[in-house]
Structure formats: structure tokens, C-alpha cells
Design a protein around this ligand. Structure first.
Ligand SMILES: Cc1ncc(COP(=O)(O)O)c(C=O)c1O
Length: 381
């Protein structure tokens, strides 16, 4: 049975003050997520250090992420950010005299691009395949860039600047047919678009929990297949990545056998509380249902922007976009500010404003955004 998402709206106090349409930057704060942070603080007053509960929270988050992405907890590394996950994976690559090129795209978030370029010190070169028409990555262009020296294909699922979505199944099939591993940066889709890590077949999938996963900054994740865990030993590490974190051994390096080997030091514990609570709530609603809600709102938004004579930059075909819709502006910063004065919260990148609904938004929110854009029509391109 469909979850009645309207019944959840009151759980997000921001809607009393504003039309919040910026989940691509930070998800709206739920009452239970705030409550979980309070619970952590109460524990500090009552118990001081309560390590057992903290480690338990890390494991709870791992289990919830595994459920969300249909994988096993052993394939989930809980990290401090998406960057930390990519960095730890990168540290385990290029350690032999094998291939040394990373093939990536022009659509990546800076962190992925920068981490691959930082591997130049290990003799790695990076090839960026430019996106084709409509900001979509053409599989032919990717195929042409992969050669015998390709060690990894690294793609974003959805581009943070324009909302275009990568055809992951095609990328993974292509790369694997050439014997090349694939890393997916799913930060802009995690929690908004259904992702089944097991069915997908990517070797690595990274993201973080503060956007559509309803959490707070400080918790990211790296999903790593069992095969990749067995084959790769990170050199970027820490005691929480050890096989036995309480062994306290300073005379050797004995990493966990599963994806925990891609973790590092003390987790951002307060954020784990928030993230566990956010994931609980999202799993109650279901990502399928969330995607259904935001897809309907996209249709309304695209039609309204068309009526205003504006330009939706994000491609519109099935499988061509994620939760965020980018709209061209002559001055995106001014438009974000003007809309904020109308109490409509959106964000901007690269000449576009970004409107990113989630399950807690409704048609009235989209109308409010359209009314505000109409008022500031001169800032639409
Ligand atoms: C697609 C994408 N990748 C990576 C990041 C950065 O993640 P982190 O700050 O957790 O490293 C973001 C942040 O907005 C993002 O949108």
C-alpha cells in the first residue's frame, strides 16, 4: 500500500517557515532526527563517554544503509564523507604495476576529480570524457576512452550542476566487459532514487547522508563488493578499520576483511545518531515512494517553467535525470537570494538554480516556487 506522505509533512518544522526545495544540498530536518541528536547530548550528561552505544550506532547505520541499498553490512563502509570513502578506495588502487588511468567524466563533483588527479603522485593519469548533448554521457564516447591502461571508470550517478543522470547499467556493462572496475558517486541520488547495489553490479558506490537520506554532515559511505574487499588493501586507514578495533595493536596492520577496512578513526558520533534516525524514517516511507512523489512534482515544475518561458537544463527522459531539476538563470545567485526573500529555499550552481523536491514536498511548494520565479522572471534565462 502507498504510504501517505502528506501525513509526514508536519514532522519537518521548516515547512512552517519556508518552502524548502533544497534537498540536493541538505535534507529537511525531521523532528525525530533532532530528537536523536538531543538523545546523544542527554547521554553525554548522564553517562559521559558511552563507547559501547557509539560503536553500536555505527553498526546500526551500517545495517540501515545495507537495507537501503539491498546489500549486506559487510559491503558497507561507514565513513566521515563521500570524499573519505573515495580517498580510502583510491589508496588501495595503483599499488602494483598494473594499469594507471582513471576514466571519468566532465560531470563529476570536484571531490572525485580532485582525488583522482591527486593520484598523479602514483603515476596515475586522468581522462575526462565530456558530456554529450543534453549533458548526457554518451556510452560510445566512454567506450572510446577506455583502453588497456584503464584501471577504473569513475562516474557520478547524477551531475550536481545540471541534474543529468548517467546510464549506470550501460557504463558498468561496458567497463566490466573490458575488465575495468567502476566507482559510482551516488550522492545526488542516494535516498531519492531507488538503488540496488547488488543488482547494479558496480564495484564501489559512494555517497553521504545529509541530503535525501535526511541526516547531518559527518557521515558518508562506501559500498564495496565482497570481491573488491578481498582484493584491495587500503593504505589510507585508521584503528576503526582494523579487524579488531579493540586489539590496540601498534606493531602491525591487520585490516578488517570486509568493507570496514575502508574506514578510519573515531566516527562523527553525533551525526551517526541523526543519520540512523533519518534512515529509519526514509525506510518507513520507502525510496520507491519518495521517487514517485518527486517525479510527479518534476512534471508540474517543468510545465510551469515552460509557461514562464524559462529553460529547464536537466534532461527530461526516463532515466535521464534524478531528483534535482536545474533551471537556467541570467544571475543564479541573485535569483536564489530573491527567492529566499519570498521564503522559497533553493540553491544554485554553474548558471542554474537547482530545485530538488523530496517526499515531504507537495504541489503547493512547486506553485510557490513558480510564483516566486514569475515575480523574478527577468532572472530566468
Ligand atoms: C555528487 C557529489 N559528490 C560528492 C559530494 C561531496 O561529498 P563529501 O563532502 O561528503 O565528500 C557532493 C556534495 O554535495 C556531491 O553532490
Amino acid at each position: 500500500m502507498d504510504v501517505d506522505v502528506a501525513a509526514y509533512r508536519d514532522r519537518f518544522p521548516i515547512f512552517k517557515n519556508a518552502t524548502y526545495l533544497n534537498s540536493c544540498s541538505q535534507g529537511a530536518l525531521a523532528d525525530t532526527v533532532r530528537g536523536a541528536m538531543d538523545h546523544y547530548m542527554d547521554g553525554m550528561d548522564e553517562l559521559g563517554s558511552h563507547w559501547d552505544q557509539w560503536v553500536g550506532k555505527q553498526e546500526e547505520v551500517r545495517g540501515l544503509l545495507a537495507r537501503l541499498f539491498n546489500t549486506t553490512p559487510g559491503e558497507v563502509a561507514v565513513t566521515a564523507s563521500a570524499s573519505a570513502a573515495i580517498d580510502s578506495i583510491a589508496s588501495a588502487l595503483f599499488l602494483d604495476d598494473g594499469p594507471r588511468t582513471v576514466v571519468t567524466t566532465s560531470l563529476e563533483f570536484p571531490t572525485a576529480g580532485q582525488i583522482w588527479h591527486a593520484q598523479a603522485a602514483r603515476g596515475v593519469s586522468v581522462v575526462h570524457v565530456p558530456a554529450g548533448p543534453g549533458h548526457l554521457l554518451a556510452i560510445d564516447a566512454l567506450a572510446a576512452a577506455i583502453d588497456d591502461d584503464t584501471a577504473l571508470v569513475s562516474v557520478t550517478h547524477v551531475c550536481y550542476r545540471n541534474g543529468a543522470m548517467t546510464d549506470l547499467a550501460a557504463v558498468i556493462e561496458l567497463a566490466h566487459s573490458r575488465g575495468v572496475r567502476v566507482l559510482v558517486d551516488a550522492y545526488q541520488t542516494a535516498g531519492a532514487v531507488p538503488i540496488d547495489f547488488t543488482a547494479l553490479g558496480a564495484d564501489f558506490l559512494v555517497g553521504g547522508c545529509l541530503k535525501y537520506l535526511l541526516g547531518m554532515p559527518g557521515v558518508g559511505f562506501g559500498l564495496v563488493t565482497k570481491e573488491a574487499c578481498a582484493a584491495l588493501v587500503p593504505t589510507s586507514t585508521g584503528w576503526h578499520a582494523a579487524r579488531d578495533i579493540f586489539a590496540m595493536d601498534i606493531y602491525g596492520y591487520d585490516p578488517a576483511t570486509d568493507a570496514r577496512r575502508f574506514e578510519a578513526g573515531t566516527p562523527v558520533v553525533p551525526s551517526l545518531y541523526a543519520v540512523a534516525s533519518g534512515l529509519d524514517l526514509l525506510l518507513e516511507i520507502g525510496v520507491d515512494r519518495a521517487w514517485e512523489v518527486s517525479s510527479n512534482l518534476h512534471d508540474q515544475l517543468r510545465a510551469g517553467v515552460g509557461e514562464l518561458g524559462g529553460t529547464v537544463v536537466t534532461p527530461g527522459g526516463t532515466g535521464e535525470h534524478g531528483p534535482m531539476i536545474a533551471i537556467a538563470s541570467t544571475d543564479e545567485h541573485a535569483l536564489v537570494r530573491a527567492m529566499a526573500e519570498d521564503r522559497v529555499i533553493v540553491s544554485s550552481r554553474d548558471g542554474n538554480i537547482r530545485i530538488s523536491p523530496h517526499f515531504y514536498n507537495d504541489g503547493i511548494d512547486i506553485e510557490a516556487a513558480l510564483t516566486s520565479m514569475r515575480r523574478h522572471r527577468h532572472l530566468l534565462a
